[in-house]
Design a protein around this ligand. Structure first.
Ligand code: PEP
Ligand code: MN
Length: 366
């Protein structure tokens, strides 16, 4: 089945997308929105780096009658029957590069994001950030709000943890990715973070997806452990529909019958998602295997499969870590990972992404 056939196979209902010309003005976009709302439809404007797209929800027959293609600034009007469209590759052939605090994620580069599963203290976070950088990372990931399966497990430091991350960014120049777990705290978390993470457990928290779609920050969207690729891309569509196309997909292992590993890394998800969507796809080998000894081999597999980056847990004292210590790299593992990413990037035609600090700038935010 070719790509278009695959995307249009789903007959959940047709949708229309208006692609604006590169030179379209805000007034041109406004005219499209007004015409659509005048016939009872909804128009969602997504301003991407290179062009503006307006997704229409409502009666496609009514929209056809509007002859939107003849309006000033309209490049193309497309009918799509896939459940996701703004994130699909059907009409956005080139794969996207997303920039976070100046760090590129996408084709051409390999971007390593690393850090402690949970922010525990200023010292632990700074030490983990230094380990991350030594491992080849250009971004720091640490959780201040932890979505734990058990309510008795460590829940994170909350806003105090975000302040620690901001301090460590100032010290190291590493852009910060951190998880947000409820719609009400999105703006607060976004005021500290360079990128917002949506965790596996929240992949279908639609109110949260819509909130991060309006937050003005790039989003790292982890795949739910029981989610199909179509469900994952549809979740990304919720974010895109609110005007945010700066989304990076993260495969973090799915739940299967196998119990020898924490999850099963679905390595095929990397090329499949990249064929179906223009968004970058990275892999989290730490949560996939759930074991330190599997991180290096799964990282090699991810890079070889074409992943645009890796998300890695590191910790200065894994034995006493408050969260996910078993899968955190430390000591000699750091140099091993650095060797893998430096050695394999050129083989895959990629360069290892550098942090803003290494390029002599401070990340843009806060
Ligand atoms: C995490 O990244 O620490 C995390 C909670 O991961 P996931 O949502 O993939 O389980
Ligand atoms: Mn974790």
């Amino acid at each position: 089945m070719d790509l278009v056939a695959l995307l249009t196979r789903n007959t959940e209902g047709e949708i229309m997308v208006v692609v604006m010309a590169p030179g379209a003005t805000p007034a041109d976009v406004e005219v499209v929105v007004q015409r659509v709302t005048a016939v009872g439809g909804q128009a969602f404007v997504s301003r991407g780096l290179s062009r503006t797209i307006v997704g229409l929800v409502g009666d496609v027959a009514d929209f056809e009658a509007l002859n939107l293609g003849s309006l000033s600034g309209v490049l193309q009007v497309i009918r799509v029957s896939a459940p996701y469209k703004l994130v699909s590759r059907e009409h956005h052939r080139d794969r996207s590069v997303i920039r976070v605090g100046g760090v590129p994620i996408g084709p051409g580069t390999l971007t390593v994001i690393a850090g402690p599963c949970a922010v525990e203290s200023p010292e632990q976070t700074l030490a983990a950030a230094r380990m991350a950088r030594s491992a080849g990372a250009s971004m720091l990931r640490g959780g201040a709000f932890k979505p734990r399966t058990s309510p008795y497990s460590y829940q994170g430091l909350g806003e105090a943890g975000l302040r620690i991350l901001a301090d460590v960014r100032a010290e190291t120049g590493l852009a910060v990715v951190t998880e947000v777990i409820d719609p009400g705290s999105v703006d607060m978390v976004a005021s500290y973070a360079d990128m917002l993470q949506i965790g596996a457990r929240n992949m279908q928290n639609f109110a949260l997806l819509q909130a991060v779609g309006s937050a003005g920050r790039p989003v790292l969207l982890k795949r739910g452990f029981s989610a199909t690729i179509e469900e994952w891309l549809s979740a990304a569509e919720y974010i895109a529909q609110r005007g945010n196309l700066d989304i990076v997909l993260c495969e973090r292992g799915i739940r299967t019958f196998e119990t020898a590993t924490r999850n099963t890394l679905d390595i095929s998800a990397v090329p499949v998602a990249q064929r179906l969507s223009h968004l970058p796809v990275i892999v989290d080998p730490s949560h996939s295997g759930g074991r330190r000894d599997l991180v290096a081999p799964l990282s090699r597999a991810a890079i070889a499969a074409g992943a645009d980056g890796l998300l890695i847990d590191v910790h200065p004292q894994p034995k006493t870590a408050l969260c996910d210590g078993d899968q955190a790299l430390h000591d000699a593992d750091i140099a091993e990972l650095a060797g893998i990413v430096a050695g394999m990037s050129p083989v895959m035609g990629r360069t290892l992404a550098l942090s803003s600090g290494e390029r002599g700038q401070v990340p843009a935010t806060v």
